[in-house]
Design a binder for this molecule. Structure first.
Ligand SMILES: Cc1cc2nc3c(=O)[nH]c(=O)nc-3n(C[C@H](O)[C@H](O)[C@H](O)COP(=O)(O)OP(=O)(O)OC[C@H]3O[C@@H](n4cnc5c(N)ncnc54)[C@H](O)[C@@H]3O)c2cc1C
Length: 396
C-alpha cells in the first residue's frame, strides 16, 4: 500500500493534519491504536486559544464549537480567601478563550475524516517505522491479525508522549529537555452546573486547586496531590471536602457538588525534544513536547504544529520546494518554548512545592500579588494565556 503522508495517531494533531492535507488534495492514511469509541470518550484538555478556534473555523470544523463552546474573557486567581479577575479582553484587545472539550474536537475531526472518505484505521497494533532516512519511508502494522506495510513520502508522528515515532529516531540524533514536578493533578468530571462562569486558579497552604467546566451541566475540577497518590484513597466525599477547603472564599462561595463521572491522576512534566524531525519523519504535538496542564497549552501546541507541518507538506507537493519543511522544527520550537516557559511559570507560581521553605512561599505570594495588581504583569499573563497570534514565531 502507498500514500503520500502516513499519520500515526488519531489525537487532535493527527486528525487535524489529515483534514488540512485532505482539503489541499493530499492523500494520507491515519493509524490509531485505540478504538473510535475510546478516543471520542477520552477526557483531557478543554481550553482552546483564539488561534485554535480560528484554525477550526477556517478549516470548516467550527460549527458545533460555535454552538456549544463557552467563550471566556477572563480567569480568576484566588488566594487568601479572595478572587482577583484577570480581564483578558481588556488586556489583550478583545481576545479570549473557548472552553470546548478535547473529546468534542476529536469527535468533530473523526466525523469530518469519515465524511470526506479519508482512510483511518482504528485498533492497529505493533506499529513500526522503517527507512526514515530514505525517500520512501514505510510504516508496518498489524490490523485485525494481518500484517500490513504502508509506503509513504512522509511520516507524521502524532502518537503522543508514549508513542513509537519519537523512539524510532536514533537517540544520538535527538536532545531531550525535561523537568518532572513533585506533584500530580487529581482531576474529576462532575455532573454539576458550574458555580462560576470563568476558570478559577486557587493557591493556598493545602495546595493548588483548579475550578473549570466542560458544559453548562458539567464541572471539571482538579486538586494538586502527591505524584504517587492512589485513586482508591480518594473517595468522592474526600475530594469534595478538599475542593471546598482549597477553593473557599471569605464571602462563602462554594463549588456545586454532583455525581462524579470520571476521576484520574495525571503526573506533571515538561519535556521537549529537538529537533522535531528526522529524515522524512516529522513529530507533532505531545510526541515532541509536553507541558504541565496549568497553562492549558498542550492541545493548542499540537494544533499549531500540524498547521505549520501541513503548510510545509503542501508547499512540497505543490511546488517541489522543501524550504518550509526544513524550517519546521525551528518554526514550531519558538512557540513551544514560549508555552513551556508560561506553563512552568504558572505551575511554579500556583503550586506548593514540598521542598519550599517559608522564604520561597513569601516569594510566591508576592508574585501573585504583583500579577493581580500590576497591569503590565496581568497583561503578560493574559497575552500568554489567550495565546500568541498564529503568525507569532513564523518569521525568521
Ligand atoms: C491523561 C492526560 C490528561 C490531560 N489533561 C489535560 C488537561 O486537563 N488540560 C490540558 O490543557 N491538557 C491536558 N492534557 C494534554 C493534552 O490533552 C495533549 O497535549 C493533547 O492530547 C495533544 O494532542 P496530540 O494529538 O499531540 O496527542 P494525543 O492526544 O495523545 O494523541 C495521540 C494519539 O496517538 C495514539 N497512539 C499512541 N501510540 C500509538 C501507536 N503506537 N500507534 C498508533 N497510535 C498510537 C493514541 O492512542 C492517541 O489517540 C492531558 C494529556 C493527558 C495524556
Amino acid at each position: 500500500m502507498r500514500t503520500q503522508v502516513g499519520i500515526i495517531g488519531a489525537g487532535p494533531a493527527g486528525l487535524m493534519l489529515a483534514h488540512l492535507l485532505q482539503r489541499a488534495g493530499i492523500e494520507s492514511v491515519v493509524l490509531e491504536k485505540h478504538t473510535r469509541d475510546y478516543i471520542e470518550r477520552r477526557v483531557r484538555a478543554g481550553v482552546l486559544e483564539q488561534s485554535t478556534v480560528d484554525l477550526l473555523n477556517d478549516a470548516g470544523l467550527g460549527e458545533r464549537m460555535r454552538r456549544e463552546g463557552m467563550v471566556h474573557h477572563g480567569i480568576q486567581l484566588r488566594f487568601d480567601g479572595a478572587g482577583h479577575r484577570i480581564d483578558f479582553s481588556e488586556l489583550t484587545g478583545g481576545r479570549g478563550i473557548t472552553v470546548y472539550g478535547q473529546q468534542e474536537v476529536v469527535k468533530d475531526l473523526v466525523r469530518a475524516r469519515l465524511d470526506a472518505g479519508g482512510a483511518i484505521h482504528f485498533s492497529v497494533d505493533e506499529v513500526g517505522l522503517q527507512g526514515l532516512d530514505t525517500q520512501r519511508p514505510r510504516i508496518s502494522y498489524m490490523l485485525h491479525g494481518e500484517a500490513h506495510e504502508l509506503e509513504c513520502d512522509f511520516v507524521a508522528g502524532c502518537d503522543g508522549f508514549h508513542g513509537v515515532s519519537r523512539q524510532a529516531i536514533p537517540a544520538d540524533k535527538l536532545t531531550t529537555f525535561e523537568r518532572t514536578y513533585p506533584f500530580a493533578w487529581l482531576g474529576i468530571l462532575a455532573q454539576a452546573a458550574p458555580a462560576h462562569d470563568e476558570l478559577i486558579y486557587a493557591y493556598g497552604d493545602r495546595g493548588f486547586a483548579l475550578f473549570s467546566m466542560r458544559s453548562p451541566q458539567v464541572t471539571r475540577l482538579y486538586l494538586q496531590v502527591a505524584p504517587e497518590e492512589r485513586l482508591d484513597d480518594w473517595s468522592d466525599d474526600r475530594v469534595w471536602q478538599e475542593l471546598h477547603a482549597r477553593l473557599e472564599t471569605h464571602d462563602g462561595w462554594r463549588v456545586n457538588e454532583g455525581s462524579v463521572l470520571e476521576k484520574s491522576v495525571t503526573g506533571m512534566r515538561s519535556s521537549v525534544v529537538e529537533p522535531m524531525q528526522h529524515g522524512r519523519l516529522f513529530l507533532a504535538g505531545d510526541a515532541a513536547h509536553i507541558v504541565p496542564p496549568t497553562g492549558a497549552k498542550g492541545m493548542n501546541l499540537a494544533m499549531n504544529d500540524v498547521l505549520v507541518l501541513a503548510r510545509g507538506l503542501i508547499e512540497h507537493f505543490e511546488s517541489g520546494s522543501d524550504a518550509a519543511l526544513q524550517r519546521y522544527s525551528q518554526t514550531c520550537l519558538r512557540r513551544v518554548w514560549r508555552a513551556e516557559h508560561f506553563s512552568w511559570w504558572m505551575t511554579s507560581m500556583l503550586h506548593r512545592f514540598p521542598a519550599d521553605d517559608s522564604f520561597q512561599q513569601r516569594l510566591q505570594r508576592s508574585q501573585l500579588e504583583y500579577v493581580v495588581r500590576s497591569r503590565a504583569a496581568s497583561a503578560s499573563l493574559a497575552e500568554n494565556y489567550v495565546g500568541l497570534p498564529a503568525s507569532w514565531g513564523t518569521e525568521p
